[in-house]
Ligand binder design. Structure first.
Ligand code: KG4
Ligand code: ZN
Length: 340
């Protein structure tokens, strides 16, 4: 089965063609980063305008690279939630129109389930159940995964998402936008033991394995303020800050994750989301004895259409699709979602 997946939830305008939920025939990602950079954050108005300008060309290119015409597509999907409403509506409406014109099934896709599916876009897939580690700019979720669409949240962030903490720290230290990848690079040249940033106290959140990033973020930003007050802002070694911050940020995740592994008895972890591209996180998990960790290749960690096309195929094979009246939602209250 050949599926077309469209992703427009944030600042990547993406489309991909995937065969049988596994084989990527094309994966086109047009990034809007240069347009948001000067604002050091995604400007929703610019994002939806760029998606509107680019979506047709991006889908056309994905079809071309896959060697397909619209008639060669068996089902089409788009991210419907969560994300920026105006941006989601562009991809979603395009996909619904495509489905209507071609008389093929349509699926409204959950972005976080799609990130979790990214690691399954290969030949060998880990058997269910496993633990999911979803780390992106908007979400931090530790969950038990029983099927591609059956997920139970075991922990989430009570404040900032992991990627958000990377981005905000990078912004304060003028490292670049979006911050994650710049911190990852700077940290390679720094000493992770240079600063002793705080780990959050374990607390009783809504879930047993919740995490928190606002304390760490504030401490790292305050560090710069302290240097500034002493008139020594120029003396701070930003690479050391990046390495120490990154070490603590990953430690926070791993502490909760390993507790979830112990409590559930599940020793396989599948990661996804932009922060899953982080080289330190990948290295730490690879070195961790007793836990098997599966990561998507770095190019499938961030937002892309292949994960949307891949997971959609699984729904279509089960005979499920979404009505063309389906609309976009900025937030997802209920993470577990079965589509009619
Ligand atoms: O999944 P994604 O592309 O978009 C959302 O769904 O949010 O994730 C974007 C996030 C950003 O916060 C970005 O800074 C972070 O992923 N990110 C990284 C790395 N590459 C991207 N964070 C840490 N290390 C990286 N190498
Ligand atoms: Zn994402």
């Amino acid at each position: 089965m050949i599926t077309l997946g469209i992703e427009s939830s944030c600042d990547e305008c993406a489309a991909a063609v995937v065969e049988d939920g596994k084989k990527i025939l094309s994966n086109v990602v047009a990034t809007q980063i240069p347009f948001h950079k000067e604002f050091a954050g995604v400007v929703p108005e610019i994002a939806s305008r760029k998606h509107t300008e680019w979506i047709y060309g991006v889908v056309e290119e994905a079809l071309r690279q896959a060697g397909k015409t619209p008639r060669g597509i068996d089902g089409v999907a788009a991210t419907a939630r969560p994300g920026l409403l105006g941006s989601l509506l562009v991809g979603l409406t395009f996909a619904k129109s495509f489905a209507w014109a071609m008389r093929i099934p349509f699926l409204a896709c959950n972005h976080m389930l799609a990130h979790l599916y990214a690691a399954r876009l290969c030949e060998d897939n880990p058997p269910y159940p496993y633990l999911g580690l979803l780390v992106s700019g908007g979400h931090t979720i530790i969950c038990r995964v029983d099927d591609f669409d059956t997920v139970e949240v075991m922990g989430t962030t009570i404040d900032d998402a992991a990627g958000e903490a990377f981005d905000k720290v990078a912004k304060h230290y003028d490292l670049g936008y979006p911050g994650g990848v710049y911190i990852d690079e700077a940290a390679k040249k720094g000493d992770e033991g240079a600063f002793d940033f705080p780990m959050p106290n374990l607390h009783k959140g809504e879930h047993q394995f919740d995490v928190s990033y606002s304390g760490l973020k504030t401490a790292v930003i305050n560090q710069l303020e302290q240097f500034r007050r002493k008139g020594k802002a120029g003396e701070i070694n930003v690479n050391d800050v990046a390495a120490s911050f990154q070490k603590t940020a990953v430690e926070i995740l791993l502490r909760a994750l390993f507790r979830a592994c112990q409590s559930s008895g599940i020793k396989t972890v599948v990661s996804g989301g932009g922060v899953a591209a982080n080289s330190y996180l990948r290295r730490r998990l690879a070195l961790q004895g007793g836990v098997d960790c599966v990561f998507p290749p770095p190019e499938l960690c961030g937002d892309n259409g292949a994960m949307v096309a891949g997971i959609a195929c699984q729904y279509f094979l089960r005979g499920e699709s979404s009505p063309l009246s389906e609309t976009a939602c900025a937030r997802v209250k209920e993470f577990r979602r079965r589509y009619p």
